[in-house]
Every structure is written in C-alpha cells, then in structure tokens.
Design a protein around this ligand. Sequence first.
Ligand SMILES: Cc1ncc(COP(=O)(O)O)c(C=O)c1O
Length: 366
Amino acid sequence: MSMDGVYRLYFGESNVPTPDYIKRAAIRAMEGGYTYYTENAGLPSLRRALAAYYRRLHGVELDPSREIVITASGVQALNVGIRCVLDPGDEALVLTPAWPNGASIVAMCNAAARLIPHPLCRGRYAVDFDALEAAVTPRTRLVVYTSPSNPLGWVATEDEQRRLLAFARRHGLWLLADEVYDRLYYAGARLGDPVPSILRLATRDDAVLVVHSFSKSYCMTGWRVGYLIARGDLASKATQLNEFIISHAPSFTQKAAETALADGEEELARMLARLRENRALCLEALGGIPGVTVPEPDGAFYVFPRIDGLADSFDFCRRLLVETRVGLAPGVAFGAGGEGSVRICYAAGRAVLEPAMERLARFIRG
Ligand SMILES: Cc1ncc(COP(=O)(O)O)c(C=O)c1O
C-alpha cells in the first residue's frame, strides 16, 4: 500500500468515483433533514423502492415491511444474515474460491466453514454437488454461494440454482446467495440485464437469504449501504440484531441509494460497456500465454487466470509487485481451489489496465 507507482488491480472496486447525481441526492437528503435515526430495518421508502426494483427487474414480489432489511453494506448483510442462522458448533458449506468474508463470519459465530471448491470443467466453473452431499453432517445449517462470483466471475446457471435450492430444501438448510454483483453481467440477452436472482426460483417460504449492496453497481463502496432479503421470520431477527450492531445504515446514504435505484440505469449502462471492453482486453492479453487458463467470466469485474505450475500465488504476487509494480490478489486468499491462480480486478481505467496487463504477460512469459 505504501509503494509508489503501483498499478493497483487488487482492490475489488471501480476507480470511477460515485456519480454526481448520487452525491447531489445525499446533499439534498442532509439538507432535507435526513440526519436522524431511521428504523432498524431502514427507511420504509428505500424498502418500497427495492420491492419495486425487484418487481421490475426480476418479476419477484417482495413485502417491503417484512422481507427487506437495509444494512450498512453488503458485508453487514452477510454478517447479520449468517449470525441469525448459525449457533456455535454449527457448520456452513461455503462454495469457494470466494471472497473470504463469508467463511470468516462463519468462524466468528464459533461455527465451522467447510469449503467446497468449484471444479473447472471444460473451461467453465461448476458446482460439485457430490462434494456438497458428502459434506453434510447433522450440524450443517447453511450453504453460502456467490453469483456472480468474486473472484471467479462465475455465474450460477438456472439449473445450478435449481439444484442448490433442491439440495438446501432436501437437507433443511438455509441457502445464502451473495448477489452483490448481479448487475455486472455480460451474458444476458441485453447488457444491463441482471443475473436472474435465486428469488425467482424460491418461494417466500423458502429458507433463502440474498445479500446485496449498492457498492458495486453504483460505485458507492465508501457509502456503506446494502440490504438483506430473507424469509420474514429471519428478516425480523436480522432487524433486531441490527439494533445492537449499528442500529441502521446512515439516513442520508439510504436516501441517496433510493436515487441510485431510480436514476442509475444510464450511468450503469456506460460503466458496463467500459467493463465489457476491459474484460475483453484482459482475456486477450492472457489468452495467448502458454500455461495460462482463463475461464471466461460471465459477471463481476474479475478474471481469475490459473497458471500452470504455480504453487505459491502469494509469492508470485509479491515478486510481481516488487519487480513490475503490478498489484494483484493472490488466489490463495480466496480459500480452497484458489491456489494456483491470481485475481485481476479490471474495473480500473485503461491507462492503468493496459500497461499492467502488458507487464503481467511479460512477467509470466519470463
Ligand atoms: C462477493 C462480495 N460480497 C459482498 C461484498 C461486500 O460489499 P460491501 O460491503 O462494500 O457492500 C463484496 C465486496 O467486495 C464482495 O466481493
């Protein structure tokens, strides 16, 4: 972090600042009196806006007063969601490689995370349903998956979603889907279409939780606004739990999030077009390198190339940083199945991405 002149592709965020229309909405909200406490579940107007957004984008009906809880970020939604489900000694099955916070939060509940790697089959990541079945014990309570995935860019197919849901129902488990990257999707019928949510397949009586955030789609990482969608009984507990952790997300950032939902589509479309080009640049730069396998990511803003013979991705990233000033995240940081790969975040500007990819390609070729 203290090194100068580094091309930083290790962060999980865009270099683009929060769009002005969202900043202006926050200023208006502060001036308009949104500086007080809100409900623990968040502003009713934001929850209603989210219900309308899910109806419009997914054709899903949600009860904003019972099934949506606004949180102070996606990671806080993950935290309260998991805390509501797990008791000490319980077990959670976590599909990996994954952003490590899910498994860490499981550990903070004094529960155990069993990591189930996504196998790479014919150029695409898949779900190892046999390994999931084999990992279930009497203490298993929860399955966690991320789609689109950080770091893989993998997106669960409808068939995989159906099978995950059936698996959770069969074993009486909670199914937690981290969908924070759902709008960053390149394989839909139209750029801008979201990845279909698990909520389209699940009923409102299913033991399903969806974790979400304004961070990625609206370049609002520093604002800390997210939400949890869950079965009414769990959402009610998560609301109570919120009181003792943070009470609620900041009132004016919630109000600004409402504006992001209402007016964000144009800016999002521009960002997606840029991201799609950046993704193509990375795939092209890595594609021709012998010994490098790059599964084409359908979502998020990461590529996760696997490098033949790489046994210590941490050491690789350290050498790459020191010798070429390119910063990547080592695959080992993302749990089982991550070693042997590195994560590149391509949400950077071209002036950073192009030279960084050139240096990386030269470094790998040796
Ligand atoms: C998969 C995944 N889930 C959740 C989050 C949390 O985002 P935030 O806490 O900024 O809302 C991140 C952030 O990197 C992420 O990659």
